[in-house]
Design a binder for this molecule. Structure first.
Ligand code: SF4
Length: 95
């Protein structure tokens, strides 16, 4: 039996988007003083982070898998991350 790929498994997840509030916030001024943008882009398996031409970190929070990886590499002063409000965020269909 062939196991499904990671991409296929991720495609089975469902997201309930909180359009009123992002659960991820970046202090852009502090982030600009560090190399944290490249680290966030490299670490996130969902490609939530990207960088605008002016260096601003862009956050596509709707795709967040809530894995917590980014919270382990960024200082709390730069990255504010909390779980989405109840009922919002990723809904895992398979463990
Ligand atoms: S919690 Fe995981 S998926 Fe969400 S933004 Fe951080 S690294 Fe990406």
């Amino acid at each position: 039996m062939k196991l499904p790929s990671v991409t296929d498994r991720l495609a089975r997840n469902r997201f309930v988007l909180d359009e009123a509030e992002s659960h991820i916030h970046i202090n852009q001024e502090l982030a600009a003083l560090t190399n944290i943008a490249d680290a966030l882009i490299a670490c996130c398996p969902a490609q939530v982070y990207s960088k605008a031409e002016d260096g601003t970190i862009l956050v596509e929070y709707a795709a967040c898998l809530e894995c917590g990886t980014c919270t382990t590499i960024a200082d709390d002063a730069v990255l504010s991350w909390h779980y989405p409000r109840g009922g919002f965020g990723i809904q895992f269909r398979e463990g």
